[in-house]
Write a protein that binds this ligand. Structure first.
Ligand code: GLY
Length: 262
């Protein structure tokens, strides 16, 4: 794959807050997250990232924003610039102001861009493939947000394109790129023409949640408890680290949602 990050050196995460039990969910039947368990799972997530050779910046819990541990949504980081998004979920919109100080530790002002209203965009809708960024048009990311995002990418010599989605929360809920041409696809993304050029690994419906794996420096972190996905990722030749994310799943959150990797 041309350009893009060949290695990640840094990751930003935010500790879950007690208010996470009031986070947004489309799966209330899974119950409320157990906060203490979520903290332990978050510890394991940080340990897994460190094992992949990255420095992890851990931001403190922010009780004002129940979903703020899903730090992927208020910013997108490319190898040329960082883009502060404008989250489409009203209860999450203020998270963009809280991620900015952390971004400023790594990027100069001329490298920081902003999605502005009426544009909305959440990082969970952005999938990086080298220097190209697929952007899901979802309930959280609108046409104007995508237009601004692609214009920012092009200003920095990068590119982007829109992908429509109907069934899932974010683009990366159902499709994730593992580098080396390999892509995990589930549900509505299995037959998307945009992705036929990749080595698509189809995730069985009963393990669809685990389509959200993350590549970190040739290791793939896979949610624990999804044997078909674990086997498929191992058979692609990656080292695998399993991390239990059961409490984040209760809030529609997955492995990618919990960090910014760059
Ligand atoms: N609960 C994560 C989200 O809805 O953004």
């Amino acid at each position: 794959m041309k350009e893009g990050f060949s290695v990640f050196n840094n990751v930003i995460v935010r500790r879950p807050c007690r208010a996470m039990v009031e986070g947004i969910t489309s799966n209330p039947q899974l119950g409320k997250p157990d906060y203490e368990k979520a903290l332990l799972q978050h510890d394991s997530y940080i340990a897994a990232l460190k094992e992949c050779g990255v420095a992890v910046t851990v931001l403190p819990a922010d009780e004002r924003y129940p979903d703020s541990c899903f730090v992927e949504d208020p910013a997108v980081i490319t190898r040329k610039c960082a883009i502060i998004t404008n989250p489409g979920a009203a209860s999450r919109n203020g998270e963009k102001d809280e991620i900015l100080p952390a971004i400023r530790k790594f990027f100069t002002e001329d490298q920081i861009e902003y999605i502005k209203s009426p544009g909305t965009l959440e990082g969970g809708d952005v999938m990086m493939v080298g220097d190209h960024f697929y952007v899901g048009r979802s309930a959280r990311t609108n046409e104007e947000g995508i237009r601004q995002f692609i214009a920012i990418l092009e200003k920095h010599g990068l590119s982007g394109s829109e992908v429509t989605l109907e069934e899932v929360l974010h683009l990366k809920t159902g499709v994730n790129y593992l580098e080396n041409g390999n892509m995990l696809v589930s549900g509505e993304f299995v037959h998307k023409p945009e992705f036929t050029q990749y080595n698509r690994v189809e995730i069985p419906e009963e393990e669809a949640y685990a389509a959200n794996c993350i590549w970190v420096n040739d290791t793939v972190i896979v949610p624990e408890g999804y044997p078909a996905v674990e086997k498929a990722v191992r058979s692609l030749g990656y080292k695998v680290i399993l991390v239990d994310t059961s409490e984040f799943r209760k809030l529609d959150g997955g492995l990618s949602c919990l960090s910014l990797r760059f």
